[in-house]
Design a protein around this ligand. Structure first.
Ligand SMILES: Cc1cc2nc3c(=O)[nH]c(=O)nc-3n(C[C@H](O)[C@H](O)[C@H](O)COP(=O)(O)OP(=O)(O)OC[C@H]3O[C@@H](n4cnc5c(N)ncnc54)[C@H](O)[C@@H]3O)c2cc1C
Length: 404
């Protein structure tokens, strides 16, 4: 049996686990990452791909909008190679009644440092000929497309350079706590290799699967889940993100991803953590909304759908609540399990928006440092990430996803 001795064991290799691991490594804190399977089902590879400027939440959730504004600006510097291009999004109005929403949106955006410009309908159609001719106006907003495949690959390469071991396709097979230390037995699927990890602290970053992992550590939380699906059109119908000058709804984001277009996402409460395929009413919602923005849009244009799951939290960071309202909070949550559940040296981190990962990672790293009595040096976390040396052979929306 192999044995690893580290300060921190991170469980989950989505954007949450990988970014926390790299921040810890930059502070000289030794860590290891364990991921159960390939990243195929991870929300980080199955999300909508929007780097949010904050505008989308500026009216409904001002604190989240402010966090998105700060975090997206930081990511434009930190991981510029993962931002597919910097063509600003259009938030379109197809009815004159949308103008009052647009005015409110402009006011709220200004409070987070964004100054949206009006674009005349003829210019919108010149730049985006597939959009409906019913457009009355558009606002230009700095939302961009973020390629998570390139970003995660870059993080994995950086972690390898820092000698952080990533155990992929690996299950947790036994857990105990002795002498102020976690002992985590794991099994690699490919070669059945068993290993023991001895860690001063564990960070659970297992996304929608966190309840199952936390149970192994003696923390029982009842989660509620929201499944969101995206439709993939195998043609590039738009050059920039198209959204609507209206409150959020299913199918109101039209997103270019290389040579395809993604439309979503939907919002369906479910009892299980595993992503489930889109059901027919969801596809209908997508087609209904997208056809208000795109000319001649219909079911036949959709090649496939993909889905991801988020966990429902309420305003007091409590789970187990009904979460059917799209306006509910979507920022990240860091649970100190010692404080909340009397389980020592265990932290659970739930990524909110992908856009917030940089901010979330710094806060989680700060808490880890407090717990293991290490120096938290924020200046050491102001690093830029290098692009990956090899380009991945799939991207957001691809049917095939491979082991990164
Ligand atoms: C439909 C949808 C659309 C979204 N769109 C956007 C968007 O446009 N912009 C934005 O900013 N955010 C968006 N988000 C949010 C974003 O996708 C998530 O916040 C982010 O990807 C969460 O990352 P994570 O690392 O916490 O979880 P994940 O990416 O799910 O990673 C969790 C990892 O843990 C692993 N794991 C699970 N169980 C175990 C175990 N027992 N042992 C070891 N490993 C385990 C999994 O294999 C997985 O790799 C969206 C979310 C959804 C659901």
């Amino acid at each position: 049996m192999k044995s690893y001795k580290v300060n921190v064991c991170v469980i989950g290799a989505g954007v949450t686990g990988l970014s926390i691991s790299l921040d810890l490594a930059k502070l000289g804190i030794s860590c290891i990452v364990v991921n159960q399977d390939t990243l195929n089902l991870a929300a980080s590879l199955n999300f909508a791909g929007v780097l949010h400027s904050g505008a989308r939440y500026a009216i409904t959730d001002f604190p989240l909008a402010k966090l998105c504004a700060e975090s997206s600006r930081a990511l434009l510097q930190k991981v510029p190679f993962a931002i597919v291009d910097r063509t600003k999004a259009y938030y379109i109005g197809t009815d004159i009644s949308h103008e009052s929403y647009a005015e409110d949106l402009i006011d709220s955006c200004q409070m987070i440092g964004i100054n949206p410009n009006y674009v005349a309908p003829e210019d919108v159609l010149k730049n985006e000929p597939h959009l409906t001719k019913d457009i009355k106006f558009a606002l230009e907003i700095p939302d961009y497309v973020l390629d998570p495949v390139i970003l995660l690959k870059a993080y994995i390469e950086q972690l390898e350079k820092q000698n952080v071991k990533i155990l992929k396709n690996t299950s947790l097979t036994g857990i105990s706590f002795t002498n102020e230390q976690w002992n985590i037995e794991v099994k690699e699927h490919q070669n059945e290799q068993l290993s023991i990890i001895k860690a001063d602290l564990v960070v659970v970053a297992a996304g929608a699967w966190s309840a199952d992992v936390l149970k192994l550590f003696g923390v029982n939380i009842l989660f509620r889940y929201i499944s969101g699906s995206m439709a993939v059109i195998p043609q590039k119908l738009v050059k920039r993100i198209i959204s609507f000058c209206e409150p959020s709804s299913s199918g109101d984001s039209i997103i270019p991803s290389y040579n395809s277009t993604l439309i979503g996402s939907t919002w369906r409460q479910q009892e299980i953590s595993v992503p489930t395929p889109a059901i027919f009413p969801e596809v209908k919602e997508i087609v209904h909304k997208a056809s208000q923005g795109l000319q001649d849009f219909n079911f036949n244009l959709i090649n496939h759908t993909y889905s991801a799951v988020r966990i429902a939290f309420d305003e007091n960071h409590m789970t187990g609540i009904d979460f059917i309202d799209r306006k509910k909070k979507r920022d990240y949550h860091i649970l100190d399990c010692e404080k909340l559940y009397s389980v020592k040296r265990l932290i659970s981190v739930f990524g909110g928006k992908f856009t917030l990962y940089n901010t979330m990672s710094k806060s989680a790293t700060h808490l880890v440092c407090d717990k293991i009595k290490a120096d938290f040096r924020e200046d050491l976390l102001e690093y830029n990430v290098s692009p990956p040396t090899q380009k991945p052979d799939f991207h957001l929306g691809s049917v095939e996803k491979h082991l990164l």
